[in-house]
Design a protein around this ligand. Structure first.
Ligand code: OFO
Length: 178
């Protein structure tokens, strides 16, 4: 059974995962309108992953005797100007999410809820991966600078990355992500 304090804190995290999914969906749509189709595929995939993170929390709350609440949709940012702006924002956002997960882990320790603490370790690892990926992609963009050819290949590589992850998932692998 979850304590009220933990149930409320996880519901807050459900809201954040949903907002992350919406933000990446908005970025994907922006990228598609700019014909960055590879970047769009990567971001659509990322948005799906965030939704999965939300559902995983939702199921956990309900299984533990709580009530997972579905948050209202808020319109995320819609104009990003450049790819650099998109990926800077993603890194900032992921760092924020990691901090929120850490706070949640801390509440579990205070409440001596070791079951939820154990469950949250998946999110702790996931955030390490997500921050590393966001940093890596942002570094690539910094190297490319204003080089149009570089941007072309960057877009192609991100599309290939999204396709490889999907293929891996279809063949039963974890695809590096869930
Ligand atoms: Fe849910 O992992 Fe990113 O935000």
């Amino acid at each position: 059974m979850l304590s009220k304090k933990i149930e409320t804190a996880i519901n807050k995290q459900i809201e954040l995962e949903a907002a992350s999914s919406q933000l990446y969906l908005s970025m994907a749509s922006w990228a598609e309108t700019k014909s960055f189709n590879g970047v769009a595929a990567f971001l659509f995939k990322h948005s799906d992953e965030e939704r999965f993170h939300m559902i995983k929390l939702l199921k956990f709350v309900n299984e533990r005797g709580g009530h997972a609440l579905i948050p209202a949709l808020k319109q995320p940012d819609k104009d990003f100007k450049t790819l650099n702006v998109v990926f800077e924002q993603i890194l900032k956002h992921e760092i924020y999410v990691s901090n929120e997960i850490n706070k949640l882990v801390d509440i579990c320790l205070q409440e001596k809820d070791y079951t939820t603490h154990n469950f949250l370790q998946w999110y702790v690892s996931e955030q390490i991966e997500e921050e590393a990926l966001a940093r890596n992609v942002q570094d690539k963009l910094k190297l490319i600078g204003a080089d149009k050819g570089g941007i072309y290949f960057f877009d192609r590589d991100l599309g290939a990355m999204a396709a490889a992850t999907s293929q891996n998932e279809q063949s039963g692998g974890k695809g590096g992500k869930e």
